[in-house]
Write a protein that binds this ligand. Sequence first.
Ligand code: CMC
Length: 427
Amino acid sequence: MSDMAKLELDGKTIELPIITGTENEKAIDIRALRAQTGYVTLDNGFMNTGSCESKITFLNGEKGILRYRGYPIEQIAEQSNFVEVAYLLNFGKLPNQKELDFFNEKIASFATLPEGITKIIDQFPTNSHPMGVVSAVTSSLSAFYPEFLKTPLTDVDRERAIAQLLAQVKIIAAYFYRRTVGKNPHRSHPSLGYASDFLNMMFYEEGYEVDPEVAKALDVLLMLHADHEQNCSTSAVRLIGSSQANIFATISGGIDALWGQLHGGANQRVLEMLEAIQEDGRGYKKFIEKAKDKNDSFRLMGFGHRVYKNFDPRAKIIKKACDTILERLNIQDPLLDIARGLEEEARKDSYFVDRNLYPNVDFYSGIIYKALGIPTNMFTVMFVLGRLPGWMAQWKEMREDPTLKISRPRQIYTGENLREFTNIADR
Ligand code: CMC
């Protein structure tokens, strides 16, 4: 097969190279298109646009495949842990014990926040949405670590940024949570392990001990969220990072993109939807009808995915983890029955079947977070903690690429043509 695509335009034929990935994914390389033809491409929502080449995550939505650096998500969830996954995503290989210990030590060296940062957190009203707080405070870190404002960063700087953000964003999240419930902050103890340390910072009180099964469940959730190639927030991170903005501003932008309800914000919305169904008391069928009604903006939250058109492999693992953790904690959550019923009903309904709409990663995760005691408005923050290693790996990969160009799409202008400016008195 030819490795060039032919395009006929204005009576001319031009050839565009075909790029093939290691999993045989194909793309037409249009980098020369505008120079050769004067045309640009138009692709609302980037449905057909590959924004980069990447070695980090492979995803096949038709077959429901997700792999980090070649390793299947199912094996990762079963055998790895979150810090190891962060290392894998960022450094391209599974660490040996010495490398993992060193990485853990590096993370542990950032187990406190600068005093100025805690003072900033203290200024937020306790009813602020934690996503806004985490985003703003992450961006504020740039004021306290000006050494990261220089460019280019060295390899050592980049490695430090990764460890530092892994350590500090979870402290920011837990610190703010404790304020909202009127408790003094509890310090980070990295030796507990990533998930246990977070749970301990959140819920510590006299006699509290983290249940290792609970910590394991959280660790699995974090691993499942760790990367998802060029999704909305990761694309935001790459876009912002391409201007060589500092790492804190860049990650803060990713957090903001994740907040939206069509992306990470869906996990909060799922739980609110399940609660609304419970409160309504008339069963989930009414909500399915609402979701199908084109005159109603309501969507079944936690359903559908831009890329997965078969099933979301993460949702499968999470559904199982949900059963395990509720049983372990001896919790009977009626919301789980509603979720199961909703899924069963939707998967029989031709509207959802024809459009390949399946439960996504956000559908069952909220029920687990709720069981772990995480408040609903912090669900998307949990997604932030999970996605951090992926954002940083994508940022690192991009910044290490010597061919990096600033992301700057074109547009097709559809506004007014040239016209004369009129004085305010004449309008
Ligand atoms: N409920 C009802 N209808 C839906 C839903 C839904 N959840 N999702 C998609 N559709 C319909 C949509 O109305 C459209 O119908 P039609 O072809 O008749 O116009 C069709 O399915 C295709 O939808 P789309 O909006 O063009 O698909 P997309 O790839 O642009 O959007 C999505 C993907 C995830 C934004 C969308 O499925 C959605 O809004 N889901 C609910 C929010 C959600 O759960 N988001 C989390 C996504 S997974 C985790 C993450 O990314 O963070």
